[in-house]
Design a protein around this ligand. Structure first.
Ligand SMILES: Cc1cc2nc3c(=O)[nH]c(=O)nc-3n(C[C@H](O)[C@H](O)[C@H](O)COP(=O)(O)O)c2cc1C
Length: 189
């Protein structure tokens, strides 16, 4: 069985992140032909075009990790109705230097959790606009706005709510199919 390498971004730097917990749950319910590697964003400097001629080690590693991925998955909170700054900074690094956009034609999906009613909908809308400009091949359906009630996912990523578990399982199956669909039409180098 061939596998797809999925690089995943957690948009939160919090040590108690519910989105990190969600990422653990997503990996646990994923089809077996997806393999996951986190692409860390917490120690990147702030992007400046001054670095374009000579990227520092951290941002270079970021671009290498994306290049080694068949697809990327974003699991992110909503900050002030938009994308957390650390995640946007990582995307900006990966999108440059001009002509070397790491997301070009890369299969991608977006999901996020919040304790609030709208479950990161506006952050995801912002993120989708950014990924669209970056020419990522986004999964557009299903959308996944996860409102996390306390205890719905344990710290180990075990989903205690059965309907949520089924929803997340279906989401990851659809993501797997999306990756296959995109890469079957035209494989990346
Ligand atoms: C700076 C900041 C801005 C936030 N803005 C929003 C928001 O716009 N919408 C929302 O639903 N929750 C918002 N929250 C609450 C987060 O959803 C909540 O803290 C969540 O646990 C963050 O995800 P994490 O645990 O993965 O870090 C905000 C939290 C912070 C710290």
């Amino acid at each position: 069985m061939s596998t797809y390498q999925v690089g995943y971004f957690v948009g939160s730097l919090s040590s108690t992140s519910i989105n990190r917990t969600l990422s653990t749950a997503l990996i646990a319910v994923s089809p077996p032909d997806l393999e996951f590697t986190e692409i860390p964003i917490g120690n990147l400097p702030l992007y400046s075009p001054d670095f374009d001629a000579d990227y520092p080690a951290g941002p270079r590693a970021l671009k290498e990790a994306i290049a080694a991925s068949s697809a990327v998955l974003f699991v992110t909170p909503e900050y002030n109705r938009s994308i957390p700054g650390a995640l946007k900074n990582a995307i900006d690094w990966a999108s440059r230097p001009w002509g070397q956009n790491s997301f070009n034609h890369l299969p991608a999906a977006v999901i996020g959790a919040s304790p609030g009613q709208i479950g990161t909908a506006l952050a995801q809308q912002s993120l989708r606009a950014v990924l669209s400009f970056c020419n990522a091949r986004q999964m557009t359906s299903p959308e996944a706005y996860v409102r996390l009630a306390p205890g719905a996912i344990t710290d180990d990523g075990d989903v205690t709510d059965e309907s949520m578990k089924q929803f997340l399982t279906d989401f990851m199956q659809e993501f797997r199919d999306h990756v296959e669909r995109v890469l079957t039409v035209l494989p990346r180098d």
